[in-house]
Design a protein around this ligand. Structure first.
Ligand code: FAD
Ligand code: UDP
Length: 400
């Protein structure tokens, strides 16, 4: 990888066919494809001191491979995304399983057949399960907000139990709002599962962890003669949008700009700040082989944090006598405070504000927004890569 720290004096944007802002999945995917397919020189400008965006992982002082910005589990049903990423890594066969700590008892989440037996006892739980099967069919995934609409009193009892013990407190911690006050697609990510599969992503034909970690994957993804990566450099010092044109270093820029940062920042938030939720990650290394039975335990009825992740349980790393865990605390994001904007707030007012910023850049043919921040979307990694592959297809065909 052609890696630089900071932008050199005399950085000349015109020597690049494309400037990519951000070295996460969105930016790195576009940079690679534009270099490969168009023979373009690409400058990737990243303000952090590392590549990989929020998927960045590193080895901590105890020798444990940890995910700096929260637990990342790769899963996809998109063959194109999987083929593309598999050029840069092998995968482990890790299948993510999550337990909810419900008043001290650990039950599978998504809530499933086994959770029902644990919550209601073998006999009653089985009868309720058969009711779910009759109502929805075996193998179905039922969003909690859909289950709550059922009038049948026994199904309502299941819905109330799951709503109260799995969703309500966790969602209050994560979003500062109750599940019925947020977009249903969010709780719909973790539907009740009418079946026994206890994996978090049962539908994903491809899942696992990159065999050498995410940062190593990005090292290979960005390793191309035509790609220069500049770390610890804020692209706002280079790229701006004024009068419906892209400027680079204050001059009109004719190359392509792929922007993966928050869109409001590009305009000094002059229409208002786009709201986000942020997270505080609290890492702790313990002198034991293992702390908890699975990769992630969600604290759905107690504690101030939402979940605890134990990295060795996900990466499969063997390291006796030490393990590192991480607790996640969610809060409203304060712009300009140095916090990371992790989750877009999918509400009418914020989506409308986003659209108003977007209208400013959409007419500019050589300026492109892609990724979780720039598209203001709740994307998983595969969704971002899919979006970046589509965008790069368009840029490639217009540059042929
Ligand atoms: P990012 O990774 O945020 O990259 C954008 C980059 O742009 C950043 O590095 C940022 O520093 C840089 N940047 C922004 N502005 C500028 C600027 N002005 N100048 C220079 N650089 C700039 N997905 C999954 O598939 N599975 C999971 O298990 C999973 N777990 C997650 C857990 C958490 C806690 C979070 C928050 C997300 C998780 N995701 C998961 C989602 C995943 O992190 C994202 O889909 C993906 O990383 C987004 O990639 P991106 O390139 O769009 O954005
Ligand atoms: N959720 C919950 N309890 C859980 C798991 C999820 O209430 O045990 C809700 C919560 O609102 C959360 C959303 O479902 O924000 C999506 O969960 P997911 O695990 O997909 O969140 P992510 O890993 O993206 O933070």
């Amino acid at each position: 990888m052609n890696l630089h720290h900071g932008l050199p004096d005399g950085f000349n944007p015109d020597s690049y066919g494309a400037i990519v802002v951000g070295a996460g999945y969105a930016g790195a995917t576009c940079a690679r494809r534009l270099a490969e397919a168009c023979g373009m020189r690409v400058a990737v400008i990243e303000r952090r001191d590392h590549v990989a965006g929020n998927a960045y992982d590193r080895v901590d002082d105890a020798g444990v491979l940890v995910h700096e910005y929260g637990p990342h589990i790769y899963h996809t049903d998109n063959d194109r995304v999987h083929e593309f990423l598999s050029r840069f890594t092998e995968w482990t066969d890790y299948q993510h399983r999550v337990l909810a700590n419900i008043h001290g008892t650990l039950m599978p989440v998504p809530f499933n057949h086994r959770s029902l037996l644990m919550a209601f006892g073998e006999e009653r739980g089985e009868r309720l399960y058969q009711k779910l099967v009759a109502a929805f069919g075996e193998g179905r995934k039922v969003p909690i907000m859909e289950l709550r609409k059922r009038n049948d009193p026994e199904l309502a009892e299941v819905a109330d139990y799951v709503y109260e013990n799995v969703f309500l407190h966790y969602t209050m911690k994560q979003w500062g709002k109750a599940p019925d006050q947020i977009d249903p697609s969010i709780t719909g990510r973790v539907p009740v599962f009418v079946g026994d599969d206890d994996r978090y992503f049962p539908a994903a034909p491809h899942q696992g962890m990159p065999a050498d970690g995410y940062t190593a994957l990005f090292g290979r993804l960005l390793d191309h003669d035509l790609v220069d990566v500049f770390l610890s450099a804020d692209a706002r010092g280079v790229v701006s949008v004024e009068g419906g044109r892209v400027l680079a270093c204050g001059r009109p820029y004719g190359g392509e700009v792929v922007y993966t940062g928050p869109l409001d920042e590009l305009f000094g938030s002059d229409l208002g700040d786009l709201p986000y939720r942020t997270l505080r990650m609290e890492f702790e290394t313990l002198p034991v082989d293992r702390f908890q039975p699975v990769g992630t335990v969600n604290y759905t009825t107690s504690e101030d944090f939402t979940r605890i992740t134990e990295f060795k349980n996900m990466t499969g790393q063997v390291l006796p006598g030490a393990t590192t865990i991480m607790r996640e605390y969610s809060a409203a994001y304060v712009p300009g405070s140095g916090q990371t904007p992790y989750y877009a707030i999918l509400e009418d007012a914020s989506l409308d504000l986003y659209r108003r910023y977007r209208e400013r850049v959409d007419p500019i043919l050589n300026f492109h927004c892609v990724g979780r921040l720039a598209e203001y979307r709740y994307y998983d990694m595969d969704g971002v890569v899919a979006s970046a592959l589509e965008l790069s297809d368009e840029i490639i065909s217009s540059n042929r």
